[in-house]
Design a binder for this molecule. Sequence first.
Ligand SMILES: *[C@@H]1O[C@H](CO)[C@@H](O)[C@H](O)[C@H]1NC(C)=O
Ligand SMILES: *[C@@H]1O[C@H](CO)[C@@H](O)[C@H](O)[C@H]1NC(C)=O
Ligand SMILES: *[C@@H]1O[C@H](CO)[C@@H](O)[C@H](O)[C@H]1NC(C)=O
Ligand SMILES: *[C@@H]1O[C@H](CO)[C@@H](O)[C@H](O)[C@H]1NC(C)=O
Ligand SMILES: *[C@@H]1O[C@H](CO)[C@@H](O)[C@H](O)[C@H]1NC(C)=O
Ligand SMILES: *[C@@H]1O[C@H](CO)[C@@H](O)[C@H](O)[C@H]1NC(C)=O
Length: 379
Amino acid sequence: MSAMACASRLPKTSWIFLFLVIYSYCIFVLCTFYNRAESPAYKSDCPKLNFNMSLNCSFLPTKTVQPKPTPQDQMKLSNQSLIIILLWTWPSGDKFPLNQCPPSFDSSDCFLTVDRSVYSKANAVIFWHKDVSRSKSLLPQEPRPPNQYWIWFNVEPPPHVKNLTIMDNLINMTMSYRADSDIFTPYGWLEKTEDKINFTIPQKTRLVAWVVSNWKATKRIEYYTELNKHIKVDVYGKNNLPLPRYQIRTVETLSTYKFYLAFENSVHEDYITEKLWRNSFHAGTVPVVMGPPRKNYERFIPPDSFIHVDDFSSPQELASYLLSLDKDDQKYQQYFNWRSRYQPQKLKSSWDGRYCRVCKALKEAPLYRTIPSIAEWFK
Ligand SMILES: *[C@@H]1O[C@H](CO)[C@@H](O)[C@H](O)[C@H]1NC(C)=O
Ligand SMILES: *[C@@H]1O[C@H](CO)[C@@H](O)[C@H](O)[C@H]1NC(C)=O
Ligand SMILES: *[C@@H]1O[C@H](CO)[C@@H](O)[C@H](O)[C@H]1NC(C)=O
Ligand SMILES: *[C@@H]1O[C@H](CO)[C@@H](O)[C@H](O)[C@H]1NC(C)=O
Ligand SMILES: *[C@@H]1O[C@H](CO)[C@@H](O)[C@H](O)[C@H]1NC(C)=O
Ligand SMILES: *[C@@H]1O[C@H](CO)[C@@H](O)[C@H](O)[C@H]1NC(C)=O
């Protein structure tokens, strides 16, 4: 009796199982597609922008990234004088072409790879914190070769970084947006130009833009709510104005605004993100920043390149200032004066700007360095 019941239940379970397998596969495929749409490195076309501060898209489309070394790579890897840098993981699975650093990074005698079979030969291993922080077992389990540097890499601010103590007594160098990291990897930077640049301010048809997806009640939401009572802010993102599918189109859309609210989601020293670099500077708008104090911004960008919310006693006062700039072209244009001398860097991908810095840092690194506790520093 019970055997019969079991036999008739079995197919049903199998059906449910089969359904679950197909269902998860569909979700997986959908996610993969969605991620690709998000990642600019996989765009097949480079849309023409309507202004001259365009991002250089010559890297599109890139050939498939090689996870395994080619025979040429193998030959290079056997070159004793080459510094081998192992990326323990692609950062959060994001793939991009390796070993294509511009000459200014001075990295011709380094070789970046994700092939873990070279672990024992690698001069340095880079750990993207998020990918290993779940458990120590995600770190190399083989004995650690002598003189190998372990590099801790992270781009998130402290509240979003979990399980830091996992790194205690393991790491030799830090790599983050903090300027006092061993390898300083900011979200962007300015390059001084040799010749004066004739920068054309993109045509402006609208006033204030903001892209936001995280509506958790924070200081920046309160500030926006108050500001919006006095000056109309066009909000893009989840539940608001839709963003164009491609990041580059977003930048183009933002370029039609006079001001962009570059409000950081959390306030930390040196934590100045793509909200400033991409959405404001690449787009050719004037950033209104909320983040670390003005002095901190001025370590990286000219004082006359941005408006800081701290310069005003209230959102209402800021709104009146923005409205006055809207009526005074000459004064507004002064926020672009710096563009004749400096230019925001334009790299193929944000990863290049970071990983390409490792080579030089390793060549200059002390023979011995160890960091007992990253948690003590990164807070
Ligand atoms: C962009 O620059 C090119 C030359 O570098 C110039 O011919 C063109 O007019 C510029 N376009 C705009 C919109 O400023
Ligand atoms: C874009 O980058 C490629 C190489 O990466 C370079 O050859 C080309 O001149 C650049 N184009 C512009 C417009 O800067
Ligand atoms: C080995 O690396 C050095 C330093 O980058 C380079 O000068 C040399 O040409 C390389 N030799 C071979 C055989 O690739
Ligand atoms: C932190 O570590 C614990 C134990 O290793 C793990 O269970 C947890 O998921 C980790 N948290 C994160 C956010 O990775
Ligand atoms: C810079 O641009 C302005 C206006 O577009 C133009 O009149 C001027 O000749 C340009 N100067 C140079 C050096 O290209
Ligand atoms: C890196 O740090 C580890 C752990 O403290 C240490 O054993 C190793 O000697 C250090 N390596 C270098 C090259 O400084």
